[in-house]
Design a protein around this ligand. Sequence first.
Ligand code: RTP
Ligand code: MG
Length: 139
Amino acid sequence: MATNRTFTMIKPDAVQNGHIGNILAMITNGGFKIVSLKLTQLTIADAQAFYAVHAARPFYGELVEFMSRGPIVAAILEKENAVEDFRTLIGATNPAEAAEGTIRKAYATSIGENAVHGSDSDENAAIESAFHFAGREQF
Ligand code: RTP
Ligand code: MG
């Protein structure tokens, strides 16, 4: 499998709860190289656009409010089989179903406030990376 990239956010709950350092450690210990990294905050319009695929879902309004309520960490990660391996490292959307050793098992507090995002395809990883990082910020 060729080395490729995925995109992640440490969500406002995990930033607010002081977990940035521990989550970045789990990411690098999991074999991912950080190739872009920033602390930033989504506006409501940013969060609406980022999660537009979920616009018809009942939790959309809550999700947009949550994702824009405080700072996040955005990062681009590189590893062989990055998208799939990172989804494994973060664990199930609902922390009650997340496996031991996953980031969500350790740091998510609910299905909505679940500590981290991971892209679900190579195509979305590229779109989401471009949403957050200019070309000169991608190393
Ligand atoms: P993400 O996109 O953030 O990595 O999460 P995911 O793929 O595991 O889950 P997805 O279905 O894409 O949902 C996006 C985010 O919406 C919130 N959510 N809330 N209240 C609910 O039932 C509910 N379901 C989903 C979560 O923050 C989820 O990560
Ligand atoms: Mg998703």
